[in-house]
Design a protein around this ligand. Structure first.
Ligand code: NAD
Length: 373
């Protein structure tokens, strides 16, 4: 069913479902909210106010289509109070302090948001009478990075050398303890976690992220310093992991206990490229007038892992998930989104059209006989 017609499967799974999504004012959460609405879900979003008026939430005018609530997951009692009337069937927890560099400046706040905040969300979730499942979004950086060439698998050890990565490793340990303590009896809801790669797409304006920095420089005609150009990362368009989260969320809603685990959603090998290769690819897609690059010396800033790959065999084999876009396609979608936003297009419609095209890409990918291998 999922492999043959995954979008109908998702529509059946989500239509009319009450979904509580944290982090909907952020980049990934914004795309997830729009896609969930398209699938017919009733979405309540809880997050801090959006940081940037050009970001996805404001651009797509999401406050008009979701039940938009401002709340702080670092304040468990106030958060529980804010969501107590929702009685969601699925909770998708994306809210986080999501930046490695900021985690060096604000380590305490990073742990408070990412670890204690996740406990606050799960505690509120498990008190919801209709809850069928909860999905916590962590990161590829949750694994202890050995700087090796192989992809990390779901059963590799957690770790993290910087506060952000370690906070995500801690979040995974917390999820595991909550699953065994509160989400494992036969009639209890299910709890899963998801780890994706370096995500990009329209509407991300975060500080110190490669693609947002290049987009800002391209639109302002400025120069951008590319740190650590030789670092290898698993790059992917935002819709690729969000598709994985939806497939996994649908399994949780149907109470399929085999799916209440950790899952990787990383790109295929062609998406695992150096920072410099991706920057060049963006330059080519932008065409004349794009950002000018200055390649910084490697390792000029605080430590960041230089090699990171994810092994997504489990999601491909058991969920029928898999990347549907090449890196070039992903870059083209991102550049097109930012050019359209700069030109004053209706970005809700534009983003919905990108989701519709992506759904067609999934169908094309699924019609290839070897897609599930
Ligand atoms: N973007 C990536 O490349 C990437 C890669 C791997 C994992 N992730 C994870 O995916 C999730 C979403 O990332 P993103 O890129 O959309 O981040 P983002 O920074 O764009 O959005 C973060 C969201 O979390 C909310 N938030 C932050 N602190 C909060 C608090 N104290 N209370 C309530 N809400 C709070 C923000 O308001 C925002 O809505 C995060 O968990 C992140 O760690 C992102």
């Amino acid at each position: 069913m999922t492999a043959a017609d995954p979008i109908s499967y998702l529509r059946d799974a989500f239509s009319g479902r009450r979904v509580l999504l944290t982090g909907h004012t952020g980049f990934k959460g914004g795309w997830a909210a729009l896609w969930l609405k398209r699938l017919g879900a009733e979405v309540t979003g809880v997050a801090l106010p959006p940081d940037d008026p050009r970001g996805f939430f404001e651009a797509a005018k999401l406050a008009r289509i979701v039940d938009h609530r401002i709340g702080d997951i670092r304040q468990p009692t106030a958060f529980a109070d804010l969501v107590k009337d929702i009685d969601a069937e699925l909770v998708v927890h994306m809210a986080a302090q999501a930046l490695v560099r900021k985690s060096y400046e604000e380590p305490l706040d990073t742990y408070l948001t990412n670890v204690v905040g996740t406990a606050a969300v799960l505690d509120a979730a498990r008190r919801m009478p209709s809850l069928k499942g909860a999905l916590v979004i962590t990161s590829d950086k949750c694994y202890e990075n050995r700087e090796w060439v192989w992809g990390y698998r779901e059963n590799d050890p957690m770790g993290g050398a910087d506060p952000y990565s370690s906070s995500k490793g801690c979040t995974e340990l917390l999820v595991s303890a909550y699953r065994r303590s509160f989400f494992s009896s036969p009639d209890s809801p299910l709890l899963a976690s998801a780890r994706a790669g370096n995500v990009f797409g329209g509407g991300d304006w975060s500080q110190d992220r490669l693609i947002p920095d290049i987009m800002k420089a391209a639109l302002g005609g400025a120069k951008v310093v590319i740190r650590n150009p030789a670092s290898i990362r698993p790059w992917q368009h935002v819709l690729e992991p969000v598709y994985g989260y939806l497939l996994l969320g649908a399994r949780l809603i149907s109470r399929d206990r085999a799916f209440a685990e950790g899952w990787n959603f990383g790109p295929d090998p062609d998406g695992v490229v150096t920072v410099e290769t991706l920057a060049d690819c963006i330059q080519a897609a932008w065409g004349p007038g794009g950002a000018r690059f200055e390649f910084g010396e490697a390792k000029t800033g605080p430590h960041e892992a230089s090699v990171l790959r994810l092994d997504s065999t489990k999601a491909k084999t058991l969920l029928g998930w898999g990347p549907a876009l090449s890196v070039d396609d992903a870059v083209r979608l991102t550049v097109a989104w930012h050019k359209a936003a700069a030109a004053g297009a209706d970005m809700r419609k534009f983003s919905e059209a990108q989701i519709a095209d992506y759904e067609k890409s999934i169908a094309r990918r699924n019609s290839r006989p070897t897609h599930n291998v």
